[in-house]
Design a protein around this ligand. Structure first.
Ligand code: HEM
Length: 437
């Protein structure tokens, strides 16, 4: 799951028509790259035996198991060739801060490359002012702006959830994912971008969601070096999505959030109003807003349905909250919830954190801007310009030294902070802090 998950870059490549040729061309380029050898001071280098792909297939098969094996063999820091990219993994949590704080390890360059490749946003790579102005908007995902977003989200959730619930008749696991995707996509879009004008509301959101999910499905290929032209119809789907998010089309939605309004104002400063790339920026933001929440919701529902005792603890907490705030429960009664009240629901928060611990295989990625030495108390490592560095938190998610009961699977939801005092993730609010960096 996740924004920068290390899911397969290429493994199912050959299932696409015409990709065999691309693979052959790539293999040619890779043989040139495969000649890399480890220089003195650099972390152990693992290239695998497949040129270009390196160890991508093994990582895809079992990300955590593979990382653990490499850790046993090579220690907490090593460089792996994955789909043409050399990625240095940092598994020792005491070194996370080194990576997060190093000015030579850039999140922006990494995301700008990604935004260019995946969303066809060109200008960010060359225009620092646009970059800075857009980053200046992220405070609108925090504080009082987050309070407003949370309250609007609750109202939208109630409406969308009940309608979807009435429509859903099949509760197999596969449909649970469809259910969660539909609800989260619509609620998030409506909260951030508002509602389209009455008349074609349902059609608009259904088409947007269906195209978005098709596009997102191809994400692992989009971030690889495979030309988009070889990825079936994903280029035309992207074009359709971007078109629906251009200034002209977005003007037909009402109730933009503060963050979208500010982003649009900034974009209009740097582009002409009609510029297609404005839509591409909105697509990137929309993607960031749902790519983690859809799988998190799915896994939370999946585990809760499997553990009725955990579900009972949550129900109790919510019933108690409704009672204490004089609210009625059941269909037709909207639940009012402020962010402060949401934060007070410790079992709900523990559930989300537990789900992130169990199911998230995301990494935090940085681009190495120039050759540098990462200095830590235990060992110094030389990193090469142009490589990537990844923090991989899932490696500690099952560590008994950090998590008192790492096998715990929502069987016994207690206050997360009490059971996992050493965890690096201590409240869901900290997820928001990431966005401020
Ligand atoms: C389960 C929920 C979420 C998780 C686990 C999550 C996690 C993350 C992570 C790990 C990053 C990268 C941070 C870094 O490398 O320093 C990130 C970036 C980002 N997230 Fe989230 N996120 C979540 C929900 C959201 C939501 C709801 C939104 C929008 C409303 C959002 C918007 C963004 C944006 C815009 C960025 C890029 C920030 C930048 O360019 O500096 N995320 N998120």
């Amino acid at each position: 799951m996740g924004l920068f998950s290390l899911e397969p870059l290429l493994p199912q490549l050959l299932s696409f028509p015409g990709l065999a040729l691309a693979a052959a061309l790539l293999l040619l380029v890779l043989c040139l790259r495969a000649g890399r050898t480890r220089r003195p001071g650099e972390p152990p280098l693992i290239k695998g035996w497949l040129p270009y792909l390196g160890e991508a297939l093994k990582l895809q098969k079992d990300p955590l198991g593979f990382m653990k094996t490499l850790q046993k063999q090579h220690g907490d820091t090593f460089t792996v060739l994955l789909g043409g990219k050399y990625i240095t993994f940092i598994l020792d949590p005491s070194q996370y801060q080194l990576v997060m704080k190093s000015p030579k390890l850039s999140f922006r360059i990494f995301t700008n490359k990604l935004l260019r490749k995946v969303f066809s946003i060109e200008k960010l790579a060359t225009n620092d002012d646009l970059n800075n102005d857009l980053h200046g908007c992220y405070h609108l995902l925090q504080g009082t702006s987050l309070d407003i977003l949370t309250e609007n989200m609750m109202q939208n959730l109630k409406q969308v959830f009940e309608l979807q619930l009435l429509k859903t008749t099949n509760w197999d696991t596969a449909y649970l994912l469809t259910f969660c995707s539909s609800v989260i996509f619509e609620v998030t879009f409506t909260t951030i971008y508002g509602q389209s004008l009455p008349g074609n509301r349902k059609k608009f959101i259904t088409e947007l969601r269906d195209d978005f999910l098709k596009f997102d499905d191809k994400f692992p290929y989009l971030i690889s070096d495979i030309p988009i032209e070889l990825l079936g119809n994903v280029k035309s789907i992207r074009k359709k999505l971007i078109k629906r998010l251009t200034s002209e089309h977005l003007a037909r939605t009402q109730g933009w959030s503060e963050v979208v309004q500010m982003r649009q104002d900034i974009l209009e400063k740097y582009y002409t109003l009609e510029d297609f790339e404005i839509g591409a920026h909105h697509l990137g933001f929309l993607w960031a807003s749902v790519t983690n929440t859809i799988p998190t919701t799915f896994w939370a529902m999946y585990y809760l349905l499997q553990h009725p005792e955990a579900m009972a603890v949550l129900r109790d907490e919510i019933d108690h909250f409704l009672q204490s705030t004089g609210q009625k429960k059941g269909s037709g009664f909207p639940i009012q919830l402020t962010r402060e009240q949401l934060d007070s629901l410790v079992y709900l928060e523990s559930t989300v954190l537990e789900v992130l611990r169990l199911c998230s295989f995301s990494s935090i990625m940085r681009f190495v801007q120039e050759d540098l030495t990462l200095q830590s108390e235990t060992q110094d490592y030389c990193l090469r310009k142009g490589d990537l560095v990844a923090i991989f938190p899932p490696a500690i998610h099952y560590d008994p030294e950090i998590f008192e009961a790492p096998e715990l699977e929502l069987m016994n939801i207690k206050d997360w902070k009490l059971i996992h005092p050493g965890s690096s993730l201590n409240t869901t609010s900290e997820v928001h802090h990431l966005h401020a960096n």
